[in-house]
Design a binder for this molecule. Structure first.
Ligand code: ZN
Length: 186
């Protein structure tokens, strides 16, 4: 459970640590604002992807479904800085599909945690395999990491791309090729 009281204390200490005055006009409500903000941007820690992914519909078709350009915002667990970008999810149904908004909701649940991009990519793929049981899943995430662009190596605009493949996508490189073709369309 997120403890907002602890976050407020920590932010006050942080402000003192950087030689600021937590009591001055512009900062006096900052610990409270930051505590409420973390409650929102880390809300995925208390959410379960089984909920959105249980809303399924039966289908006859086993054609690949691709949902692309799902915008996400997450927090890098190494620096507590944002990384954000797009998720692209494809799966080959095995008798059932899920509403498209539920894929976006699944991304949101895993993004709203302290994360590592590669781990988040795998978690989304595994959640789909587990709850939707398709023939295969492929997830691609592309993101800009503030810990790389604002500090350290400072490479603005550079993006990190991560991929997770499961089931049919692992065995069939034509399916992977088709994913990238569909990604490039429109
Ligand atoms: Zn980082």
């Amino acid at each position: 459970m997120i403890d907002q009281g602890k976050i407020r204390e920590a932010v006050k200490l942080l402000l003192e640590g950087i030689d600021e005055d937590p009591g001055r006009e512009g900062l006096k409500d900052t610990p409270d604002r930051v505590a409420r903000m973390y409650g929102e941007i880390l809300a995925g820690m208390e959410a379960d992807a089984a909920v959105p992914l249980s809303r399924v519909f039966s289908v006859e078709s086993s054609e690949m479904v691709l949902e692309k350009d799902i915008t996400f915002y997450s927090i890098c667990e190494h620096h507590l800085m944002p990384f954000y970008g797009k998720a692209h999810i494809a799966y080959v149904p095995d008798g059932k599909v899920v509403g498209l908004s539920k894929l976006a909701r699944t991304v949101e649940i895993y993004a709203a945690r302290l994360q590592i991009q590669e781990q988040m990519t795998g978690q989304i793929a595994d959640a789909l395999m587990k709850h939707l049981a398709p023939k295969g899943v492929m997830v691609v995430l592309e993101a800009e990491h503030m810990c790389m662009t604002m500090r350290g190596v400072k490479k603005p605009g550079s993006r990190t791309v991560s991929i997770a493949v499961r089931g049919a996508f692992e065995e069939n490189s034509m399916l992977q090729e088709r994913f990238f073709q569909m990604l490039r369309m429109g």
